[in-house]
Design a protein. Structure first.
Length: 166
C-alpha cells in the first residue's frame, strides 16, 4: 500500500513526503514533478496555456500511474484530493495523510513564489482553503502540522501510521 500526502499548497507535502520516504526506505513520487516531466513544461504554463481543467486531467492520469507503484510515498498536488475519482484511487491503493497547516503559515510559505498558479492574496487563499477543507478532511489521517520542522511532521506521520495500523 502507498502513503499519499495531501493538503493545501505550501503545507509541506513534498518536503515531508520526501523525508518520510527516506525514513521508510521506500520510493517517493511528487505528482506535480511527474506532471512537469511528462508535459515538458511548468504547471503554471499548463494552467496558462491549457487551463485548469486540462491540468486536472493530467493530474488524474498521473495519479493513476503513481498508484500502480506499491509501497511508495506520493505527494499529491493541492487540488488532486478534491476529485472524488482521485480520492477513490487513493483509498483503494493506500492511506491518505492530510497536512493541516494554518492559513498564515501557508501564505508565508507561498509568498514571493511564482510557480503556484492559484496563489492569490490573503482573502483568495482563505476562501480557496475553506472550500478545500471538506475534501482534505476525508483523508484517513490528519496531521496538524502548524509551523513545525519537517522532521517533527514526519514523526507525527509515523506515529499516526503505526497507530492506524493497529
Amino acid at each position: 500500500m502507498n502513503i499519499y500526502v495531501v493538503g493545501f499548497m505550501g503545507s509541506g507535502k513534498s518536503s515531508a513526503g520526501r523525508r518520510l520516504a527516506e525514513r521508510l526506505g521506500v520510493p517517493f513520487l511528487d505528482l506535480d514533478e511527474e506532471i512537469v516531466k511528462r508535459a515538458g513544461t511548468s504547471i503554471r504554463e499548463i494552467f496558462l496555456s491549457c487551463g485548469e481543467a486540462h491540468f486536472r486531467r493530467l493530474e488524474s492520469e498521473e495519479l493513476q500511474r503513481a498508484s500502480e507503484v506499491s509501497g511508495a510515498v506520493i505527494a499529491l498536488g493541492g487540488g488532486a484530493f478534491l476529485s472524488e475519482a482521485n480520492r477513490k484511487t487513493v483509498q483503494s491503493t493506500g492511506t491518505s495523510v492530510w497536512l493541516d497547516v494554518p492559513v498564515d503559515t501557508l501564505i508565508k510559505r507561498c509568498e514571493g513564489e511564482n510557480s503556484r498558479p492559484l496563489f492569490g492574496g490573503r482573502r483568495e487563499m482563505e476562501e480557496l482553503l475553506e472550500s478545500r477543507r471538506p475534501s482534505y478532511a476525508l483523508a484517513d489521517i490528519r496531521i496538524i502540522a502548524e509551523d513545525l520542522p519537517i522532521d517533527a511532521v514526519v514523526e507525527l506521520i509515523l506515529t499516526a501510521l503505526s497507530a492506524d495500523a493497529r
